[in-house]
Design a protein around this ligand. Structure first.
Ligand SMILES: NC(=O)c1ccc[n+]([C@@H]2O[C@H](COP(=O)([O-])OP(=O)(O)OC[C@H]3O[C@@H](n4cnc5c(N)ncnc54)[C@H](OP(=O)(O)O)[C@@H]3O)[C@@H](O)[C@H]2O)c1
Length: 170
């Protein structure tokens, strides 16, 4: 996420991630601890355009799911399963597939809904040293919603205070 709260710039530009520096061992940790990934349809369509794009640069293997209201027109992509049900059903399916490992939601849009639905245990935030000014927000609602209280439960890298882990208060 940029310092001003965007996960992509205008036109879904992700080039700002080049400015992220630091300890690469965090990637190893996510690769090891993650059993399944849920993505949104816009990100999936980008994967369909460029099959060389892989989560964690190709170092991760596991089950990948895309959630869409229109599964019928999703282009098949090797390694991905298209889901057309509800978000709660998608989370159940991904948890089964993850076999005890974590399910990561790689979608700002779906993560926001999952937080509101109480389906998220942890929010990991990695702040890139850049101000984008506009783009796709990390957390966005179409209208007013309840305040979500969080508790900071850790730092992904103990020595680096800008990579933060939160849990929703229940
Ligand atoms: N910085 C990062 O770490 C990071 C990580 C991931 C993605 N991104 C970037 O963020 C941008 C995309 O973000 P986004 O959040 O706007 O799009 P997205 O999550 O990729 O896709 C949103 C789409 O997912 C489907 N969807 C969402 N909720 C659903 C639900 N409850 N049930 C069924 N389908 C549902 C809908 O597709 P349908 O219209 O087909 O129903 C919706 O239009 C891209 O630029 C991507 O590269 C950044």
């Amino acid at each position: 996420m940029s310092l001003d709260g965007y996960v992509a710039g205008p036109n879904d530009d992700m080039s700002f991630l080049e400015h992220v520096t630091g300890d690469e061992s965090i990637i190893d940790r996510y690769v090891e601890e993650t059993g399944a990934i849920i993505a949104g349809r816009r990100s999936y369509d980008a994967y369909a355009e460029d099959p060389s794009m892989k989560p964690y640069g190709g170092s991760w293997s596991g089950r990948q799911f895309v959630l869409t209201h229109h599964p019928e027109d999703a282009r098949p992509v090797e390694g991905w399963t298209v889901l057309g049900g509800t978000l709660a059903q998608a989370v159940d399916t991904a948890l089964d597939a993850a076999r005890g490992k974590a399910v990561e939601i790689h979608s700002a849009n779906i993560a926001s809904q999952a937080i509101d639905a109480g389906l998220v245990d942890e929010i990991h935030v990695h702040i890139a040293p850049v101000i984008l000014g506009q783009g796709v927000r990390f957390f966005d609602r179409p209208g007013p919603g309840p305040q979500v209280l969080l508790e900071r439960v850790g730092a992904a890298r103990p020595s680096d205070e800008v990579d933060l882990i939160f849990t929703p208060r229940r």
